[in-house]
Design a protein around this ligand. Structure first.
Ligand SMILES: N[C@@H](CCC(=O)N[C@@H](CS)C(=O)NCC(=O)O)C(=O)O
Length: 121
């Protein structure tokens, strides 16, 4: 069972889509950005950097959306997300990598890149 920590409207959407498309067992934990909940004890215990998305797995905790996407997809080969044969399915996976980078930048601009340099790119 995966646990995805996310803030609404950020690049975590990409991981959420891939978990769903993969048919992965997961639960979500909504972190309230406006109250800076990402800096409260539970998320900080998972990721001391106070950033999300974070994916808690049975083999450890992962951060950085591309790492999450490329961790999840091969674990569920029947979903064919990274398949070169099933173009429709792999298109959804590639779209998630685009969502991850574009939504991240848009959120950084909308929030005045509150998180500093790591938030702006
Ligand atoms: N490069 C990371 C970005 C992580 C990140 O910067 N997340 C932002 C939201 S988009 C965050 O958690 N900000 C919290 C803060 O700045 O306090 C990824 O790909 O997941």
């Amino acid at each position: 069972m995966f646990r995805l920590y996310y803030i609404s409207g950020i690049c975590a959407l990409a991981t959420h889509i891939v978990l769903e498309e993969a048919g992965a067992p997961y639960e979500t934990v909504l972190v309230d950005f406006h109250s800076q909940a990402q800096r409260s004890p539970e998320p900080l215990a998972v990721n001391p950097k106070g950033r999300v998305p974070v994916l808690a797995t049975e083999s450890g905790t992962l951060t950085k959306t591309p790492a999450l996407l490329f961790f999840v997809a091969p674990l569920f080969p029947n979903a064919e997300l990274a398949s070169s044969q099933n173009r429709s399915r792999s298109h959804r996976f590639r779209s998630s990598t685009v969502i991850c980078s574009m939504v991240h930048v848009a959120h950084g601009i909308a929030c005045g890149a509150q998180g500093g340099a790591d938030n702006a790119a």
